[in-house]
Design a binder for this molecule. Structure first.
Ligand code: B1M
Length: 228
């Protein structure tokens, strides 16, 4: 790209217009055109999708936009993910061995899934076996499925301050069952910070999908070392 900042700005404006007009086709076409020009799916996600969603979220905090605007954003971005970015990311993947088993979901009471889906997809294409439990996942479901799948890692997404306590709840229930060492528990999402994750006793946290892959790889390397 000749002038990346200008081009990102133009694409952000076009995505925002597509969201405001609930025009999924226009948003998907925008992403596909960018991919055809050589922009990678992750570049598009980081430089176009994330800034637009952040701007809409900030405007929502200032009461400049309202719930229907957030809902339009969710619908349009979901179309961009499933119809343009995910197929492109999958096409570039192709790792066959399993790096480790991850059970992922959005914490109880929380239905945000755009970031969680990106993390799940990036883990999959980087060789992890991923079981995605979706959104509003209860503590019991995280733990039951982790046991059933013999998971290495439980990965929780939390976008709401009200769903954060359910991350701690998983840790507490694992402790109570004497299984804290069996599963490595990690989390991500806007309210999850490094300080919070350390205080809660998590095995780690990640700012974004790329960091989540690095974190899971690092945790698996430590687990293999400890087992050797
Ligand atoms: Co809502 N929402 N929302 N929302 N929403 C936020 C999160 C909010 C910050 C907006 C704001 O006020 N500024 C605010 C939360 C405030 C708070 O609790 N501190 C909020 C609110 C208040 C609400 C409702 C309560 C609104 C209402 O009803 N009055 C309601 C709650 C519903 C519920 O969950 N029970 C609600 C509803 C919704 C929609 C359903 C309409 C829609 C979601 C659609 C969907 O997800 N399918 C929506 C949206 C779109 C947003 C914003 C605008 C965008 C969220 C998003 O997708 N971001 C958001 C504002 C914002 O984020 N600034 C907002 C982009 C995404 C890529 O980022 O999910 O953070 P993120 O994921 C990143 C990283 O965090 C990390 O990697 C991802 C990729 O880079 N990551 C992980 C995430 N999970 C990870 C897990 C890991 C590792 C990394 O595992 C280890």
């Amino acid at each position: 790209m000749n002038n990346p900042d200008t081009q990102w700005g133009e694409m952000q404006a076009q995505l925002r217009a597509a969201i405001d007009g609930l025009d999924e086709d226009a948003a998907v076409a925008l992403a596909q055109a960018a991919l055809a020009q050589g922009v990678t799916p992750l570049e598009f996600f980081r430089n176009v999708v994330e800034p637009v969603l952040t701007a809409i979220g900030d405007a929502f905090s200032r009461l400049e936009v309202f719930l229907p605007d957030l809902m339009r954003a969710g619908v349009v971005v979901k179309a961009v993910q499933t119809k343009a970015l995910e197929p492109a990311i999958r096409a570039s993947g192709g790792v066959s061995s399993s790096e480790g088993r991850v059970v992922i979901g959005t914490a109880q009471g929380d239905i945000h899934d755009i970031g969680k889906n990106m993390v799940a997809l990036m883990l999959q294409v980087n060789g992890f076996t991923v079981t995605d439990l979706g959104t509003n996942v209860s503590t019991a479901a995280f733990i039951d499925v982790a046991r059933r799948e013999n998971a290495d890692i439980i990965a929780m997404s939390s976008l709401l301050t009200t769903s954060l306590p359910f991350v701690k709840d998983v840790l507490a229930r694992l402790d109570a069952a004497g299984e804290r060492a069996r599963f490595m528990v990690i989390a991500g999402g806007a309210p999850v910070t490094e300080a919070w994750s350390q205080a809660a006793g998590l095995n780690g946290f990640a700012e974004d999908a790329v960091e989540a892959v690095a974190l899971c790889r690092g945790l698996m390397a430590k687990r293999r070392e400890a087992a050797a």
